[in-house]
Design a protein around this ligand. Structure first.
Ligand code: GLN
Length: 198
């Protein structure tokens, strides 16, 4: 079985570990550069992308992770993780960098103060039933490159139509947090992606 690493420098690492565990998939935490070579896929959790960015560089993880991503390692990012996997960030903090890989522009904290955090039912490409999505100071995707498939958009309200889930080859990202709650279909989708590319 593939070894899924969870980037464990900041954010909701435990929730992702538990989500994969429920699917019968073991994960390993990634905190040190030498651990990057031992994983087949990476999960970047939700949290705070500016802090994650700083810690990734402090711990010497930036170069090895970037290199693996450039060579096609599958990865899944939720919320701050989506920002970390994006090639471009609008409204990023000063000096904020990302690991990149996904040919998208994400807008950080896009939903604004009025709807800082909210939940919504989303149609999701490839899933029969809608996903109950939890958004917490979430980004949305402003722009996608040619190779990027849009998997979900906000259905209604002021942000209707905004892109909140994407896939590009082995890279998957959601603005929301499927690791929070009990629906494991998105984690299962990622396991499928990883297995099909192993
Ligand atoms: N607003 C956070 C950021 O900019 C993301 C929030 C989250 O992951 N729930 O990284």
């Amino acid at each position: 079985t593939p070894r899924i690493g969870i980037l464990a420098v900041q954010g909701d690492v435990r929730e992702h570990v538990a989500a994969f565990h429920e699917l019968g998939v073991d994960t390993v935490p990634v905190r040190r550069p030498e651990e990057v070579g031992r994983i087949d896929a990476l999960v970047v959790p939700g949290g705070e992308s500016t802090v994650m960015d700083k810690l990734v560089r402090t711990f010497g993880l930036y170069e090895p992770l970037r290199e693996r991503l450039e060579h096609g390692m599958p990865a899944y990012g939720s919320c701050a993780g989506m920002i970390m996997l994006a090639d471009r960030v609008s409204d990023g903090a000063a000096g904020q960098q990302t690991l990149g890989g996904l040919d998208i522009t994400v807008r950080r904290n896009a939903f604004g103060r009025q709807v800082d955090s909210f939940e919504a039912e989303l149609d999701f490409v490839g899933l029969d039933e809608p996903v109950h999505a939890v958004f917490i100071r979430a980004p949305w995707v402003d722009q996608v490159g040619d190779g990027v498939e849009v998997l979900a958009r906000v259905g209604e309200g002021p942000a209707a139509g905004k892109i909140v889930a994407v896939r590009q080859d082995g890279l998957l990202a959601t603005s929301f947090h499927p690791e929070v709650g009990t629906d494991r279909r998105i984690h299962a989708e990622f396991v499928k992606i990883v297995s099909s590319r192993a």
